[in-house]
Design a protein around this ligand. Structure first.
Ligand code: SF4
Length: 339
């Protein structure tokens, strides 16, 4: 049985032509799967009943399946999906004035082992396939109709650059077939640099966010083990090569962790490190998570950190955490694992 989402669009077209059907049938099918969000061939009502029946005997439109969803008091909604092999992933929908941002996962678990993150505790179970990445967008879009997902962030479970071939294919389809502008898509990385070149060569030029969180290799090695192989200097050198459009900037995320990375000396170093990179900084108060022995910086310290960077002319915002009451905020996704 051929899964029509699992295969590429070119393969889908070949499949339709191989059935002796005209090319426009393939175009219709692509439109119905990706724009109309058809979850089965039965729903492709532009085809006759007979044609649907004929195709259903050899092909299907596969779907990740919703297990549960939870809503936070601030309106953030977390979805738990199961995959064909029984693994589970989470996606998070974040409403914000005019935007509905969907945070999607790129892996089941994560190999990066950041000390402030529940996903890191799971370890890497497996990479997601491109269709499993983009299907999070299709399934959530079906669930929230008539509302529409406006923005996508790859900040859920997993390090996108550690699964970059599938992520690049998913980004191409989200952009070209789901018609979500690449300007509304952001990929966030912890700095797994082998994926960086593939990102610039194979994926549409989406917005880049870097989860930085420290200003010295010593501290970063301690909280983000990926830094031991790809230290700050290499990470920032790679950022300097990222093809940015005019007026675009790289977002540097900086989780404020009490007593670890939140001094005024850190702020001073951060300013020096980012010199020459078109950037903005998001300061994110650490979200408390069960089993993680780190504390968020006091508000006052985060405010002082921000002020000292603002005085140097940097763009810095303190991001409000959303969805922490249902473990849907940054670093809190763990799906069905490690409960
Ligand atoms: S913060 Fe991101 S890269 Fe680090 S362990 Fe969590 S999911 Fe992986």
């Amino acid at each position: 049985m051929i899964d029509l989402k699992e295969i590429s669009v070119d393969q889908l077209k070949e499949f339709i032509l191989s059935r002796g059907l005209p090319h426009y049938r393939a175009e219709q099918l692509v439109h119905w799967i990706y724009e109309q969000g058809a979850a089965s061939l039965e729903e492709v009502t532009v085809f006759s009943k007979d044609l649907r029946k004929e195709l259903s005997s050899i092909a299907r439109i596969g779907n990740i399946r919703l297990i549960t969803s939870q809503v936070s008091h601030d309106g953030t909604r977390k979805f738990l999906f199961s995959l064909d092999d029984g693994e589970t992933i989470e996606s998070v929908l974040i409403p914000d004035e005019k935007r509905l941002t969907l945070c999607i996962s790129s892996q089941v678990g994560c190999a990066m082992g950041c000390s402030f993150c529940l996903t890191g505790r799971i370890g890497l179970r497996r990479n997601l396939k491109a269709y499993e990445i983009l299907d999070q967008v299709l399934q959530v879009s079906r669930l929230i109709r008539p509302l529409r997902v406006t923005n996508i962030v790859l900040m859920g479970m997993g390090e996108p650059l550690h699964n970059i071939n599938e992520v690049a294919e998913a980004l191409r389809r989200i952009n070209e077939l789901l018609k979500i502008s690449r300007r509304r898509i952001t990929l966030s990385t912890a700095g797994y640099l082998p994926g960086f070149r593939v990102l610039t060569e194979k994926a549409p030029p989406v917005n880049l966010a870097v989860s930085l969180n420290a200003t010295t290799d010593k501290v970063r090695n301690g909280i983000m083990p990926v830094n031991r192989r790809y230290p700050l200097k290499e990470l920032l050198a790679a950022c300097r090569t990222y093809p940015l459009e005019r007026r675009k900037r790289i977002t540097f995320e900086y989780i404020m962790i009490s007593g670890i990375n939140d001094t005024l000396e850190d702020a001073e170093r951060l300013h020096r490190l980012l010199r020459g990179i078109p950037s903005k900084v998001n300061l994110i108060p650490l979200n408390r998570s069960p089993g993680i022995d780190l504390e968020p910086s006091p508000e006052e310290r985060t405010f002082r950190f921000q002020q000292s960077l603002l005085k140097k002319g940097m763009t810095v915002i303190i991001r409000k955490s959303k969805g922490s009451d249902i473990l849907a905020a940054c670093g809190q996704l763990r799906a069905e694992y490690n409960k």
